[in-house]
Ligand binder design. Structure first.
Ligand SMILES: Cc1cc2nc3c(=O)[nH]c(=O)nc-3n(C[C@H](O)[C@H](O)[C@H](O)COP(=O)(O)OP(=O)(O)OC[C@H]3O[C@@H](n4cnc5c(N)ncnc54)[C@H](O)[C@@H]3O)c2cc1C
Ligand code: SF4
Length: 307
């Protein structure tokens, strides 16, 4: 089965997890530990769950979470697990048919993840540059920059102003090699519900995103997912859509690995993070700058030629 719905950004995961918590269930998702290390965690209250809101665009460490999920299910609890499709698929295989009745799986459309040590090194690099420790991070500050912008935003201790960067995390150069061969970049989903950004929403409804707060895509993949969606639908402002309108690249094929991906890895291993940051960071901006300079040079040449 496949149903397609839309809702305002951020609302779907909250509504689904609220419902699970109301049933006395547990919710698993990506949060932080230590110094912003991304890990999967268990929540049984809304406060604990709130840490899972917002995408962390880096590989999350599963730790003992699969075993915890199994224990919750053995104890008769309803469980919601949210994560990348490779994680939900792995969990499903681990849990098996006997225990899966009360397990709800929610995945995201996924373009790929960098390894955790790159995120760790990026934070150290920024702290060294700014001469201050980071005390708050947001991989994508939709409040400040709107839905379409992808900027990592940070607060540093004793600094009033937030600082934002669009360096390496949205360049595909850091993705794991396996993400370039991902089996889950299609509409055969390994989860009951899939959520994503609804890129191309203007083709479905030109007005729904007039405030640029974003629109989520919700794919309902199983009967269980349908029942879950029916239970929460009244909490969401949804409109139905069709599959052909929502087929973004990562629902059609894996992300194409950056041509310099292997050079990046080799340089990182040999020279460390600061070196690759200088060499490959801002690649996109450098590229744009180069092509702007080229255009200006061409214009000047044409003007000189005419005269
Ligand atoms: C690594 C990654 C790649 C993505 N790629 C795409 C893409 O190509 N196209 C697209 O439309 N959307 C992508 N998304 C999803 C998108 O960023 C939004 O999460 C989605 O639109 C739902 O938004 P939301 O605000 O409703 O939920 P959000 O509040 O963003 O959170 C949704 C769920 O994502 C989970 N999550 C957050 N970070 C991670 C992580 N590192 N690993 C596993 N689970 C995590 C949380 O547990 C939470 O349950 C990606 C997300 C991640 C984490
Ligand atoms: S792109 Fe595929 S393999 Fe990579 S993290 Fe996402 S789901 Fe997993």
């Amino acid at each position: 089965m496949k149903e397609v719905e839309t809702s305002r950004s951020g609302a779907a995961f909250i509504a689904i997890s609220d419902w699970i918590l109301q049933q006395g269930g547990s919710v698993y998702g990506a949060g932080y530990t230590d110094h912003f290390r991304v890990v999967h965690k268990r929540a049984t209250t809304r406060e604990e769950r709130d840490e899972f809101k917002g995408s962390k665009y880096v590989q999350s460490d599963m730790g003992k979470v699969f075993r915890q999920v199994k224990q919750d299910l053995r104890n008769g609890m309803i469980v919601l697990f949210s994560g990348t499709p490779c994680q939900t698929s792995g969990l499903n295989a681990y849990i098996g048919k006997k225990l899966c009745k009360n397990l709800y799986l929610v995945d995201i459309v996924c373009h790929g993840v960098p390894a955790p040590y790159l995120w760790r090194d990026y934070l150290s690099y920024l702290e060294k540059k700014q001469g201050a420790k980071i005390c708050w991070v947001n991989f994508r500050d939709k409040q400040e920059f709107g839905w379409r912008a992808h900027k990592e935003t940070f607060k540093f201790i004793k600094r009033a102003r937030k600082m934002s960067f669009t360096f390496l995390f949205y360049q595909h150069i850091m993705f794991r090699n396996s993400c370039g061969k991902c089996h889950f970049t299609n509409i055969q989903r390994p989860s009951d519900i899939t959520i994503a950004d609804f890129w191309g929403i203007e083709k479905v409804d030109p007005n729904i995103n007039s405030d640029d707060k974003g629109v989520s895509l919700i794919l309902i993949n199983t009967e269980k997912g349908q029942k879950l969606f029916e239970a929460i639908q009244h909490d969401l402002n949804t409109i139905p859509a069709t599959l052909d309108k929502c087929l973004q690249p990562n629902l059609k094929h894996p992300t194409i690995i950056h041509p310099q991906r292997m050079d990046f890895e080799r340089d990182y291993k040999k020279y460390g993070f600061s070196y690759v940051m200088k060499k490959y960071g801002n690649n996109d901006r450098r590229h744009k700058l180069k092509s702007t300079i080229k255009k200006i040079k061409n214009k000047i040449k044409r003007i000189i030629h005419i005269n």
